[in-house]
Write a protein that binds this ligand. Structure first.
Ligand code: FUC
Length: 785
């Protein structure tokens, strides 16, 4: 039994954690296998457990004497509506382009910093909302039987322990149904709960007020960011509902005495409505939410929240053949995985990413930022913003295949906003039609080049995001969605039709100014014309937009224009070292950092199919060379990208080796958050996508089964995975060979199933379920789905 004395707690949570570690084994989990659990309270933020409903989030610490819920609300960012376009942009653009064409890259960068980079240069930052603190007063004695867990199936964080023979239990959830965070505290002995409850803000301008006997309210204004004043108001409310005992408010906190059960509900909102509208009424919103939920029994609140979560979460299951030792806490499993491979931990990591995406990105809410929706710092790393030169895109890599298409809705809403704000940027900066977004954006949808030219002056961020619109269509084949997405894709194309430059030496069309994110090419800058990645992104954008226009029977002239322009884009080429050339010229050998974390020029291999080994073995071989040179040891998200790339190269064992780098303490925190370091959630999502990519890849009508199955996962199954052309698949394998595959489709069409050298083309009717057996893909049991 783990134990913790009152005095140790008084010495601080750090001491309590230390006291618990290394003790005899704590209580084993009793529920399903999708559980993160710990034998000690969280001390560091990256030990706390995340819950979220797509709008509200909390990190749960689980200290026995002082529970802390660090709170977030997805629209609480610093600053307000602003236009970051540099007023000197049109004056600087021509000279910067000319300097790049002349090879005067450092001069171009200097001038670009003065004339093209955003004013102010920094985007706004995602903010913490505050804390809910619950102090257990007057408790004495030793803590025993301590356990803190997060059940991914139920979406409930739980802390249990025993003091003086009384069992205490806390359950915390974020309800997408009732739009609150709820903390339930129970004691096994009637009347044993004595609690002080406080609600605080993390913003500078705030006030706390009591509301009646059992309510608290915190309200204020969001922080300014540099010269941009805070334009948002916010309001948070807490309400306590008890069984037994009394509740009273004094000195800005609520006191619960002698209760057997207490439930604290927290509602939070800001006045944000849109990037140009801050007229919401958070006071009215939170009042209504809190009054409504307080009238509902907690058990129903919990049941409804879990049901809403499971409606998404239960769609996909994965079994990699490992077993979970229920006596080993998750942080210890992570440590052990460094020496002994734990397939069940990869499984947990996969499902955790799906849990996180559901928790931080739901229809109607904001897209997942660099930290999803969990952030405790007013100056978070990189503003906890949307970095759209890889990170935001990676957040959504597992959405489609992972059965969470709805969770990508906030991304599509973000792209829509960017297309509106980015149209002004295209016009003012470039004198161009269409829209553009550079490498970063924020709640206010800034689309100018942020930070500094060497990272920010990259015009293809919005174009890359459009791949996700196409993917949504390609997976779901919903023409209404395509009709919604098409204007955004079209606008992205128009910008490039107006701004592509002709390379004097080759006649190719190139982007300029641009960068290959964020790598210096060895000639004094990152600035360049026509980096390989841009050309690859534009090839996809043009192809998908043409195909969308064809399906929707629109814009024949534009289609022809895109086809002509595409043929003139600078090609992806193989350089002197047998590598994919990162730039238009063969500069890789003189690049400043040959091990750079970004592998932008391999976009063509993943997520794109432009270097598909089956269709372009020469390019795939060169991509392998590039990957070998870059190396596998890098930051969290960059490791996750590499796993996907190795999977596309069909090297399952190498992909698995790299996955093990991700699933180690250097790149994963105790709460299984990805460590860039610091925490950045993209690696979680990229890692999950890679696990699926190792097991099934779908391209057009081709479904490649077990394309990169590592020897470490000889037996297992993946059920409910989504494939392109409106398909859903279950597959199982044994001793490294396919056992069976079942396909259910919502469209009637041919599908080619491939497994190693075997391939079989079958017609699957909409609503039908087809099962094929074994690695030879024989038989075809058909039934109504
Ligand atoms: C890009 C990356 C960094 C980091 C940041 C948020 O700039 O190069 O590694 O992930 O985004």
């Amino acid at each position: 039994m783990t134990s913790l004395t009152r005095r140790q707690v008084a010495a601080g949570a750090a001491a309590s954690a230390a006291a618990l570690s290394g003790q005899a084994r704590a209580k084993a989990p009793t529920r399903g296998k999708h559980v993160l659990w710990y034998a000690k309270p969280a001390v560091q933020w990256v030990e706390a457990l995340p819950i979220g409903n797509g709008r509200l989030g909390a990190m749960v610490f689980g200290d026995p004497w002082v529970e802390r819920l660090q709170l977030n609300e997805h629209t609480l960012w610093s600053g307000g509506p602003y236009d970051p376009v540099n007023p000197r942009a049109q004056e600087g653009l021509g000279p910067v382009r000319a300097m790049i064409a002349e090879g005067r890259f450092a001069d171009a960068e200097k001038l670009a910093n003065e004339t093209l980079v955003a004013t102010p240069p920094r985007e706004m930052a995602y903010q913490p909302f505050g804390d809910l603190t619950v102090r257990f007063v007057g408790q004495q004695g030793t803590v025993g039987d301590y356990r803190r867990s997060l059940d991914l199936d139920d979406a409930i964080a739980e802390t249990t322990f025993v003091v003086d023979g009384v069992r205490y239990r806390r359950r915390v959830l974020a309800s997408p149904v009732d739009q609150v965070i709820a903390l339930e505290i129970t004691a096994s002995k009637p009347g044993a709960l004595n609690l002080d409850v406080a609600l605080t803000s993390a913003q500078t301008v705030n006030q706390v007020a009591l509301e009646g006997r059992d309510g608290l309210k915190v309200f204020g204004r969001n922080n300014a960011e540099g010269a941009i004043a805070g334009a948002l108001t916010f309001c948070g409310r807490a309400k306590v509902v008890t069984k037994g005992g009394t509740v009273n408010g004094a000195d800005g906190q609520l006191s619960v005495r002698g209760a057997t059960r207490a439930v604290v509900y927290v509602a939070m909102a800001t006045s944000y409505r849109r990037y140009d509208d801050v007229g919401g009424d958070p006071d009215a919103i939170t009042r209504q939410q809190i009054e409504r939920v307080a009238a509902k029994p907690f058990d129903r609140v919990a049941r409804d929240a879990t049901a809403a979560h499971r409606a998404l979460f239960d769609r996909v299951s994965l079994d990699l053949g490992g077993t979970t030792d229920p006596t080993v806490p998750t942080d210890q499993r992570l440590a052990r995985n460094e020496t002994t491979d734990d397939p069940a931990l990869a499984e947990l990591y996969f499902q955790y990413a799906r849990y996180l995406l559901i928790a931080c990105s739901r229809p109607g809410g904001q897209a997942a930022n660099l930290q999803g929706l969990w952030n405790d710092q007013v100056k978070p790393p990189w503003g906890s913003n949307y970095t759209i030169n890889i990170n935001t895109q990676m957040n959504y890599w597992p959405a489609e295949a992972g059965g969470l298409a709805e969770c990508a809705e906030p991304l599509f809403a973000l792209i829509k906003d960017l297309s509106e704000r980015g149209a002004a940027t295209a016009r003012k900066m470039y004198g161009a039609r269409g829209w553009v977004a550079h490498h970063n954006t924020d709640l206010w949808r800034g689309t100018a080049p942020f930070d500094h030219a060497k990272a920010g002056l990259w015009p293809t961020g919005g174009a890359w995001l459009c791949l996700h619109l196409w993917d949504r269509y390609d997976y779901g084949r919903d023409k209404r969605f395509l009709a919604r997405a098409y204007p955004l894709m079209r606008g992205a194309c128009l910008f490039f039709l107006d701004t592509l430059q002709t390379d004097a030496a080759t006649g190719w069309l190139v982007t300029s100014p641009s960068v290959s994110p964020e790598n210096r090419h060895g000639f004094g800058s990152t600035l360049c014309a026509g980096p390989t990645m841009d050309m690859q992104i534009l090839r996809d954008l043009f192809d998908h937009t043409r195909e969308a226009a064809r399906i929707l029977d629109l814009d024949p002239d534009l289609r022809a224009d895109l086809a002509r322009t595409r043929e003139r884009l600078a090609p992806t080429r193989v350089g002197a070292q047998g590598q994919i050339m990162e730039w238009k010229d063969d500069w890789d050998a003189v690049a400043a950092d040959p091990k750079h974390r970004h592998v932008s020029h391999l976009y063509g291999l993943f997520p794109s199919w432009q270097m598909d080994p089956a269709a372009h073995p020469d390019l795939a071989a060169a991509a392998r060379r590039t990957l070998e040179t870059r190396g596998d040891k890098t930051t969290g998200w960059a490791i996750a990208w590499r796993i996907n790339l190795w999977a596309r190269l069909k090297d399952g064992d190498h992909a698995h080796d790299v996955l093990r780098l991700l699933l180690a303490r250097e790149r994963t925190y105790p709460n299984l958050f990805d460590a860039h370091p610091p925490f950045q959630i993209d690696g979680n999502f990229g890692g999950a996508a890679a696990i699926m990519e190792m097991l099934v890849q779908s391209k057009g009508e081709i479904l490649d089964l077990l394309p990169a199955l590592p020897a470490a996962w000889p037996t297992g199954s993946l059920r409910g995975v989504r494939v392109r052309n409106a398909g859903e698949m279950d597959l199982s394998w044994r001793d490294g060979r396919l056992e069976s595959v079942t396909l259910r489709c919502a469209t009637s069409d041919y599908r080619t199933l491939k497994c190693g050298e075997v391939s079989r083309r079958i017609f699957v009717r909409a609503g039908e379920r087809v099962t094929l057996a074994g690695p030879s893909l024989q038989g075809s049991a058909r039934a109504a789905a």
